[in-house]
Design a protein around this ligand. Structure first.
Ligand SMILES: C[S@@+](CC[C@H](N)C(=O)[O-])C[C@H]1O[C@@H](n2cnc3c(N)ncnc32)[C@H](O)[C@@H]1O
Length: 342
């Protein structure tokens, strides 16, 4: 028996038929899916899910009050405590001042306080005037002064820097051609200490301007003779001032209505003006109640009645109102007045 032949035959019988390359490529291949179906969360990453659950549990623990984080809650708590403590302190000192004021028996005239407060007056009012931007209000008013000018209740001369010195022809504040600038200046205050400070400041500020006078005198009895300054230049019409300025003065004088009437009598009747920047009652009752309650202690300390109705004083004086403005909840009043024509 030829073993070689036998062996080949049996080998053929057990060896599976391996199709040739050409045959295999012709057979239809099973289609591969192009996109996998999205796995569910569970299938996708159970580890991630556990992490998320732990995170959510922690979050819920840290926001016990409607979701506000504890740090914010602590901050809000401390702020509320600080504000309420401060308000409590303010209220307690307000009550103290009110009862102290009720116990005071004050005269209406407390203007002598300025004799002692004069040296610290500027420092005392500086901050509040800055906060209220009173500098620009003073400047706007005082720049209107022209001709022979009288400033009453001049205090420490807080308006000095705003005067336009030297009379000349030019455009006035309403852009009309006319005589502008101050020809002479006369400063009056009841307190000699205040006048001395104004004088010192003026001489440092404008040493060149010589038509200036300073008097310690009651504004309610200022006489036109003070215009001796004018006489020296052989001046014009009559015994009047062209402009009278007063800032924050009606609050301090015992007879504000009488003083305004007097100032009206010494203001040039046709073109003369009285320029006022004052402080007093507000538009609001709640604020007026506070001003009223604290008025006695404030007047006793500072010499000023801050709860006066400036509008009522002006109307009662009989002067004609050319312009009226109010700021700061109505507590700051500006007036341009002129003598009433009979
Ligand atoms: C609140 S201070 C204002 C000072 C200054 N006019 C100002 O705007 O800063 C009030 C001033 O009015 C003065 N005064 C009070 N009564 C007066 C009076 N009857 N005649 C003139 N001055 C008076 C006080 O001496 C004080 O200087």
């Amino acid at each position: 028996m030829n073993t070689t032949r036998l062996g080949r035959a049996s080998l053929r019988a057990v060896t599976p038929t391996i199709p040739s390359r050409g045959v295999q490529s012709k057979a239809p291949r099973p289609k591969k899916p192009t996109t996998k179906p999205p796995p569910t969360r569970k299938q996708f990453n159970p580890e991630l899910k556990r992490f998320q659950e732990r995170f959510e549990a922690k979050e819920a623990q840290s926001k016990p009050n409607g979701g506000i984080p504890p740090r914010v809650l602590t901050f809000l708590g401390i702020s509320a405590l600080t504000i309420s403590t401060y308000c409590g302190y303010l209220y307690a000192s307000y009550q103290r001042q009110v009862s102290k004021g009720q116990a005071l028996d004050l005269p209406t005239d407390v203007s002598d306080r300025y004799n002692t407060t004069a040296p610290t007056f500027d420092a005392d009012v500086e901050l509040s005037e800055k906060a209220m931007r009173l500098g620009s209000k003073r400047a706007d008013l005082v720049r209107m002064a022209r001709g022979d000018v009288l400033e009453v209740s001049c205090g420490t001369g807080r308006n000095l820097e705003y005067y336009d010195l030297g009379e000349r022809r030019g455009l006035d504040s309403t852009d009309r051609l006319g005589v502008i600038g101050c020809r002479s200046l006369t400063f009056v205050d009841l307190s000699p200490q205040m006048v001395a400070i104004t004088k010192e400041k003026f001489e440092a500020l404008r040493p060149d301007f010589k038509r200036v006078a300073f008097r310690a005198q009651d504004a309610g009895s200022v006489s036109v003779e003070l215009k001796g300054l004018r006489g020296s230049t052989g001046s014009k019409e009559g015994e009047y001032y062209d402009t009278i300025v007063q800032t924050m003065g009606l609050c301090s004088m015992p007879d504000p209505v009488g003083t305004l009437r007097h100032l009206g009598e010494i203001t040039e009747p046709k073109r003369g003006r009285i320029l006022l920047l004052e402080h007093g009652r507000s538009h609001y009752d709640w604020l007026n109640r506070i001003l009223d309650n604290l008025a006695p202690t404030h007047a006793d300390r500072h010499g000023c009645w801050w709860n006066r109705d400036i509008g009522a004083i002006v109307r009662e004086s009989g002067l004609e109102i050319v312009e009226e403005k109010r700021w700061h909840l109505g507590t700051t009043w500006r007036y341009v007045l002129k003598p009433r024509q009979n």
